[in-house]
Design a protein around this ligand. Structure first.
Ligand code: NDP
Length: 300
């Protein structure tokens, strides 16, 4: 059996279409979503993220603006800036770009973003809301993993879900979201005794480990749904096992997931590829959270 490969772009596209309609309706009521990004210092990768976020937002009608603070900005000054944005009624969502310069406690600053503007769902209040089953502003990647499973139209209630990884942004929120859907989640981590036994019992297997191709096909239950959250950069090898070089004479790199795609796809019923699976849906979850944040601010 070869699995159906889930097209993350297609899942994201459908959600994007619904968001465009929703934003249109909100604008007719005088409500305009405005996502404010805050970046401290110059960084090539966050610059790319910012450009991508701006494009994604503007395509669906969300205003996107960027505040660039100098690299020598102190933590207190950044906190003051966030507080100012929290009180700015023109700003409906705030995203703090990572990485931040040394000397700034990213978690501390991030948790100071007002809960109703916290589009990344990282404020402890929003995390706490998850426990109560209120999933309005939850971490984007966790929501993306669950949205993909929902998009398949299968019954989630009663399913065994094994999640490999217990981070605050993926593993833990996925387990709570799955519980809320009446699945039976098991969360694995580095202390789990027999990982293959846990993954092999899963009807739905969600990998968020950060270890390239760690989950092999023989760890997957036949017919399982496999959602691979991992993003790992690894060297590319040719058929003789030699590293492939790029035109600068450096090893050519590629992106792979936490699941060994080639073997897992022969066992699973559905599987997400990396790239092109969870990634595009995560981006659209940020947009959805931005719309939800606006609705929270407007008490809708
Ligand atoms: P973390 O490093 O925060 O967490 C990794 C988790 O995996 C930890 O809970 C760790 O256990 C567990 N783990 C590590 N080794 C093993 C092992 N051998 N057996 C079982 N569990 C193990 O990672 P994140 O949750 O932040 O990210 C996970 C992956 O998802 C990464 O590849 C990251 O790049 C990717 N990612 C993708 C996103 C997307 O949009 N697609 C967004 C965010 C992340 P312990 O707690 O015991 O240390």
């Amino acid at each position: 059996m070869s699995a159906i490969i889930i097209d993350g772009e297609s899942v994201a596209g459908k959600i994007r279409t619904r968001l465009i309609e929703e934003i249109d309706t909100l604008k007719k009521r005088g409500l305009c979503p405005h996502l404010k990004a805050v970046q401290v210092g110059e960084n090539a990768s966050s610059k790319l993220y910012v450009q991508n976020q701006q494009k994604q937002c503007e395509t669906i009608g969300i205003t996107y603006t960027l505040d660039e603070l100098p690299a020598n900005t102190k933590e207190e000054a950044l906190i003051e800036h966030i507080k100012k944005l929290n009180n700015d009624s023109q700003v409906t969502g705030i995203i703090l770009q990572m990485p931040l310069p040394d000397g700034i406690n990213a978690k501390k600053v991030q948790t100071l973003i007002a809960p109703h503007k916290d589009v990344e769902g990282m404020n402890p209040i929003n995390m706490g809301e998850l426990v109560y089953g209120n999933t309005k502003l939850s971490p984007c990647t966790a929501m993306a993993a669950v949205e993909i499973v929902k998009s398949l139209g299968i019954e989630i209630r009663g399913k065994e879900v094994t999640i490999v990884g217990r981070s605050a942004i993926v593993g833990k929120p996925v387990s709570l979201l799955m519980l809320d859907l009446s699945a039976t989640p098991t969360v694995c981590h580095s202390g789990t005794r027999d990982l293959p036994a846990q993954t092999r019992k899963a009807d739905i297997l969600i990998a968020a480990v950060g270890k390239a191709e760690m989950i092999k096909g023989d760890m997957v239950k036949p017919g399982a749904i496999v959602i691979d959250v991992g993003i790992n950069r690894v060297k590319e090898f040719d058929t003789n096992g030699n590293p492939v070089m790029n035109k600068n004479g450096k090893p050519k790199m590629k992106t792979v997931g936490d699941v060994e795609f080639a073997t897992a796809k022969e066992v699973a019923s559905y599987i997400t590829p990396v790239p092109g699976g969870v990634g595009p849906v995560t981006v659209v979850m940020l947009l959805r959270n931005t719309v939800e944040a606006l609705k929270m601010s407007a008490n809708l």
